[in-house]
Design a protein around this ligand. Structure first.
Ligand code: M6R
Length: 369
């Protein structure tokens, strides 16, 4: 059942091309337009939405943070990401024109369920992005958009994360199409580009030997930092979470722009730092700034583990290791850049002789508040 792999997590990491492809399946018509019949909320109601709040916990919340960049860019609807367990207690601003999107692999996370119920009681429209058919959160929501990652057994979420980002992107593009704004025409071309991502993940997975080796040599590392910007920021947070839960290592993710506002004080000789570098061609133009950050931390002795687009030679002089990922557009990059971080956490946990699939103190679905 582990498909020849030693752990469910390793299998699930390798399932990721399918998780993305299957989540995209059947969501466009013959002409390439998005069709989401399963949504069960009228087009009129969706057209009236003036605010989106994403509620989720843990990895699912990081998927939501990634999705915020994309949905706001495509729809110009303000998107807020709330940790589900905080949502109910912060007197949230919700009206019947608010769309509350919950994200949950299990569909049973109590914190997320309570957030959805609270949102409904305040009159919001609720959509559940969920991986488990027949689970509670979709049943308690107005509509559901299933992720098709297949069952995820390992406690650490991997393929569900990629599927959640994919599903949220489909939703964002659908809303853009519906509203007919300037990005409506782009929806089809983004869908096409998304369709090319599974093959790119496959290519990337074929190159992970070096990451495995790096992890093996780092079994006694005590702390790892992760830096990213824009959509790379939630990926830095996700890389740190994977390492905490799997390898019991102190790990922290930062927005690279924060470095000089405090975290750079943590850099001492030998400190490993993963840096997620945006493409040199990314429209936001942040590539140069992140490369400067690598220089800054390298000058203070950090061991720099750099995730960059293939062919990006500019990082080479400042990188102790370069992990190359296939090129894609800036909003789709997280579907690739997170993969080496998952692989790193998997093999570091293995190198420490820990239980990869069942880390201590954690449960696959957290059904208590
Ligand atoms: O089932 P859910 O997606 O609602 O679970 C949410 C979090 O508990 C979950 O993502 C958790 O953070 C994972 N163990 C992360 O790997």
């Amino acid at each position: 059942e582990k498909g020849g792999y030693a752990t469910f997590m390793e299998k699930e990491i390798h399932d990721q091309p399918h998780a993305v492809a299957d989540t995209l399946l059947g969501r466009t018509d013959a002409s390439g337009r998005l069709v989401l019949d399963e949504l069960r909320i009228s087009e009129e109601q969706l057209e009236a939405v003036d605010r989106i709040t994403i509620v989720a916990c843990g990895t699912a919340a990081y998927a939501g943070m990634v999705a915020k960049y994309a949905i706001e860019h495509w729809t110009r609807i303000p998107v807020e990401v709330a940790l589900a367990h905080e949502f109910r207690y912060c007197d949230p601003i919700v009206s019947e024109r608010t769309l509350v999107v919950s994200i949950s692999q299990s569909g049973e996370t109590m914190d997320t369920l309570m957030a959805v119920k609270h949102a409904r009681s305040l009159g919001a429209l609720t959509i559940s992005v969920c991986n488990t058919h027949g689970s509670t959160i979709p049943r308690e929501s107005d509509a559901v958009l299933y992720t098709h990652a297949g069952p995820e057994i390992a406690v650490a979420s991997t393929k569900a994360f990629l599927a959640q980002i994919t599903a949220c992107y489909v939703l964002g593009l659908y809303l853009a199409q519906l509203r007919g704004g300037s990005f409506a025409d782009d929806a089809q071309s983004v869908m096409k580009e998304l369709g090319e991502v599974p093959a790119k993940i496959e290519t990337l997975l074929g190159r992970m030997d070096r990451v495995k080796e790096i992890a093996r040599f780092m079994a006694d590392t005590r702390a790892v930092l992760f830096l990213g910007r824009h959509v790379g920021y939630p990926i830095a947070l996700e890389g740190a979470l994977k390492l905490k839960e799997l390898a019991y290592i102190h790990a922290e993710g930062f927005a690279a722009g924060e470095l000089k506002h405090g975290p750079i004080a943590l850099i001492e000789p030998g400190q490993p730092v993963f840096v997620i570098v945006p493409s040199p061609t990314a429209e936001h133009g942040l590539h140069g700034k992140v490369v400067s950050n690598i220089q800054e931390i390298r000058a203070r002795g950090a061991r720099t583990l750099v995730i960059a687009e293939e062919g990006d030679e500019s990082v080479v002089p400042f990188a102790d290791e370069v992990i190359s990922v296939p090129a894609t557009s800036q909003l789709l990059a997280p579907l690739l850049t997170v993969v080496p971080l998952q692989v790193f956490a998997l093999w570091l946990s293995t190198a420490k002789g820990l239980d990869v699939d069942q880390p201590r103190n954690l449960a696959k679905s957290v059904t208590v508040e």
